[in-house]
Design a protein around this ligand. Structure first.
Ligand SMILES: Nc1ncnc2c1ncn2[C@@H]1O[C@H](COP(=O)(O)OP(=O)(O)OP(=O)(O)O)[C@@H](O)[C@H]1O
Ligand SMILES: [Mg+2]
Length: 340
């Protein structure tokens, strides 16, 4: 498989009233053609900012200040807004976490769908209309023939989300970025959307960056997973290793928070004690220090880098526990149980 996307050590900063904050700091991952990576991590860890950095759709106060984002061999950060506009909604499309922001309130659903389909697929007006209806049906919208004449505000949030998904999938992008695409939808529709995404991946070799809080979705969709914490990737590996042999103390905590079938109220990932450091006051050392049951003195002083663990190039961790320096012959330094 060919490499499609390579995010290299990007840093994304926002100017705020309280000064500049770094929301994404040293984030890297690669994506091959047809491959799906899931980004997971608790609220505020930088998942959306990472995807908006790739799309170059950050709010005006934000900027990628370091790193490169190579897509098909070109650094997206070097492209003009005009060139980026041609790529967006065509070779790269995105399903946004906030659906209303990407629908135009003054155009009917049919007009906005057809517009993007005609632009990117070269269809006639009639073909574009038929294809729009077909796509709306595929995302589970009932009475699609009527809905295409409605304006976005007439639809419920869940329906708007599905329109946006239809729009994002309709031009068969090379890269689909889906930010919590199904969180607001009921389980039947969610299953339908995931199936559509799989179909797209199979037929068009689309690569997918999928942001989700749902480890069930991760298990179903991901080839690999990047776990983020406080603006950084702390562990990256294939999906099987993530579930069978997670290493980073934060990932271990996340995995412990997999909900019990008998306790559906506890579906959140963020049930690890303690809180994330403030963006305005990032510690010098490891960002997970305060919450880590295995923290060592070194972790307070030095910031670990994301590194492949010994003999496993495809499993990277940002943690001194797996640093060669700390390894003793025949075992690891982990002794304590993870606190709960
Ligand atoms: N325009 C902005 N100005 C200042 N800070 C921002 C801006 N946009 C995002 N941030 C900050 O960047 C950090 C990362 O936000 P981001 O939206 O990427 O989190 P997330 O991982 O997507 O969370 P969630 O799971 O809640 O969607 C947050 O602390 C957020 O407050
Ligand atoms: Mg988000």
């Amino acid at each position: 498989m060919e490499k499609l996307l390579s995010v290299n050590q990007i840093k994304t900063e926002f100017k705020t009233e309280k000064g500049s904050v770094t929301s994404v700091d040293d984030v890297s991952f690669d994506l091959k053609e047809g491959e799906t990576i899931c980004l997971v991590g608790e609220s505020g860890c930088g998942k959306s900012v990472t995807s908006l950095s790739i799309m170059q759709l950050l709010e005006k106060n934000g900027k990628v200040t370091e790193g490169t984002i190579e897509f098909n061999g070109r650094n997206l950060l070097d492209l003009s807004e005009n060139e980026m506009r041609k790529i967006r909604g065509n070779t790269i499309s995105m399903i946004f976490q906030e659906p209303m922001t990407s629908l135009n309130p003054v155009l009917t659903i049919g007009d906005q769908l057809s517009e993007s389909i005609r632009l990117h697929m070269g269809y006639s007006k009639k073909q574009a209309k038929d294809y729009s209806i077909e796509m709306l049906k595929k995302v589970g919208i009932p009475r699609a023939e009527e809905i295409i004449d409605d304006y976005p505000h007439r639809l419920s949030g869940g329906m708007r989300q599905r329109v946006m998904i239809a729009m994002a999938l309709s031009c068969k992008p090379k890269l689909l970025i889906a930010d919590e695409p199904t969180t607001a939808l009921d389980v039947t529709i969610q299953a339908q959307i995931l199936k559509l995404m799989k179909q797209l991946r199979k037929e068009s070799k689309t690569s997918i960056i999928l942001i989700t809080h749902d480890l069930g979705v991760v298990a179903e969709m991901a080839d690999k997973v990047a776990v983020m914490y406080a603006g950084q990737v702390v562990e990256e590996t294939d999906v099987f290793t993530l579930f069978d042999n997670p290493k980073h103390p934060y990932t271990l905590g996340l995995m412990k928070s997999i909900p019990h079938i008998t306790n559906p109220d506890d579906m959140r990932l963020d049930s690890i004690p303690g809180s994330v450091p403030s963006l305005h006051n990032m510690p010098k050392g490891c960002r997970f220090y305060d919450r880590c049951p295995f923290a060592m003195d070194r972790c307070l002083e030095e910031q670990p880098k994301l590194k492949p663990i010994k003999d496993r190039q495809s499993h990277s961790i940002r943690c001194f526990l797996y640093d060669q320096k700390n390894h003793r012959a025949g075992g690891t330094t982990i002794k304590k149980e993870v606190r709960t």
